[in-house]
Write a new protein. Structure first.
Length: 400
């Protein structure tokens, strides 16, 4: 099986809520048991939009790491680190900027969208325009193959793929590439080199994607090739040069649109969140005061769950039996809304309770949290350094 490396980052801009938990963290927690995972705090990305309020970032970084740990991100399975503690990201960002056409950045849809949405801020900065390229550096520096993100981030991953392709195209043509590739093919052994040639032809002559996939899989299983030869043969398959930077794929979280207290998507900007460390009384109060189907004025008025944000929470937190009870009771006007909200309150509290207990433990032991991150920074730096060696080499910056 091809080895996957998963990488994702989150900006520290405030406390995490159930939307983050259901939409992102649950997915990370599942992935950490299946693949090598790196998760990082994108503090530089936060500065692109919050450059005028560094205090928010400073406060949020550690709180966010505590929330991750409390939610179940496990430092024994995943590498947890802080972007700015691996300055190689900035170096790669600078080097990539040399080959990034301005027009590619200007047409990333989040650029104009966010400028309009956050119109109270001046986002006509160099840093903000470069946001997607910094993200590309985050991803490419670890040769990540999978990037779990939300839908809004897809253009950034596609942009990253284009940058990797352009970089490989420009710098992957080492002297004598063709000869080196032929040498590497021989190392595959008789049967496999023939197979490789056939699949390469099938792809190059008739665009057979299946053949490309099979050839890639074969190379990735191959034990006796050096990393350099594997990269050469991967590059040679597609006709170009050596693959120095790996094109990542995005991995959409399994559909989980976490509704907020008002039925819109849960988001800090809609002011409809329940935070992971919300005290139980607050949770109860927030759910009890949630709006319901406006047709239900008296308890006996029939309602329609499809018009009620509470129902959306039942879809996340209640089993079939409770859901049936809600549907029947609401439509018949035989249950009250407060009564209906009770199982949601219980469901949310049940989910939060163990998290809050763990958060308290981590919050009480800042040294532990700092050590976890220090160790993650170290591991990340080691990987980043390896890529940077190749990148510098390729760009004529090897002074050893
Ligand atoms: N832009 C991402 C977001 O807002 C955060 C991020 C920064 C990221 N660098 C990344 C996500 C690299 C995935 C990979 O959600
Ligand atoms: Fe909403 Fe439940 Fe009230 Fe129906 S009974 S309107 S689903 S809260």
């Amino acid at each position: 099986m091809a080895v996957e490396r998963v990488l994702s980052g989150m900006r520290p801009t405030g406390s995490l809520h159930l939307g983050h938990y259901n939409g992102v963290l649950k997915n990370w927690i599942r992935l950490q048991h299946e693949h090598e995972c790196l998760f990082f705090v994108a503090d530089w990305h936060a500065l692109t939009t919050h450059y005028d309020s560094p205090e928010i970032i400073e406060e949020s970084v550690w709180e966010m790491v505590i929330d991750w740990l409390a939610a179940g991100v496990d430092p024994a399975s995943a590498t947890i680190f802080i972007q700015s503690q691996v300055p190689e990201h900035a170096e790669l960002h600078t080097l990539l900027s040399m080959v990034t056409p301005l027009s590619w950045l200007e047409r990333v849809p989040t650029y104009k969208d966010q400028q309009e949405k956050l119109s109270s801020k001046d986002l006509s900065t160099y840093g903000f325009l470069g946001y997607p390229l910094l993200q590309s550096a985050d991803i490419l520096i670890y040769k990540a193959t999978q990037v779990p993100v939300g839908e809004d981030q897809i253009p950034h991953i596609e942009f990253t793929r284009e940058i990797a392709r352009r970089f490989n195209h420009l710098y992957g043509r080492e002297p004598g590439f063709e000869d080196k590739a032929q040498e590497a093919i021989k190392k595959l052994g008789k049967k496999k080199s023939k197979l490789y040639q056939e699949m390469r032809n099938a792809y190059q002559e008739s665009g057979d994607e299946q053949a490309l996939e099979s050839a890639r899989a074969m190379l990735e299983e191959q034990q006796n090739l050096s990393l350099g030869d594997t990269e050469r043969l991967l590059g040679y398959l597609e006709g170009g040069g050596k693959i120095i930077l790996v094109e990542p794929e995005y991995k959409l979280a399994p559909a989980s649109k976490m509704p907020g207290l008002d039925g819109q998507k849960m988001s800090k900007s809609y002011n409809n969140t329940i935070s992971l460390r919300e005290p139980a009384e607050e949770v109860t109060k927030k759910i009890k005061t949630m709006p319901t189907d406006p047709a239900r004025i008296r308890r006996t008025d029939p309602g329609n769950p499809a018009k009620c944000p509470v129902w959306q929470l039942h879809e996340v937190y209640s089993g079939n039996d409770v859901q049936d009870w809600v549907k029947t009771g609401c439509k018949a006007g035989s249950i009250g809304c407060i009564e209906c909200k009770q199982p949601v309150i219980e469901g949310v509290l049940k989910e939060l309770k163990p998290m809050q207990a763990r958060a308290e433990e981590y919050a009480a032991d800042p040294t532990l949290v700092r050590n976890i991150v220090a160790e993650g920074n170290e591991k990340a730096r080691k990987l980043a350094r390896e890529t940077m060696r190749d990148v510098r080499d390729a760009m004529g910056l090897d002074y050893s």
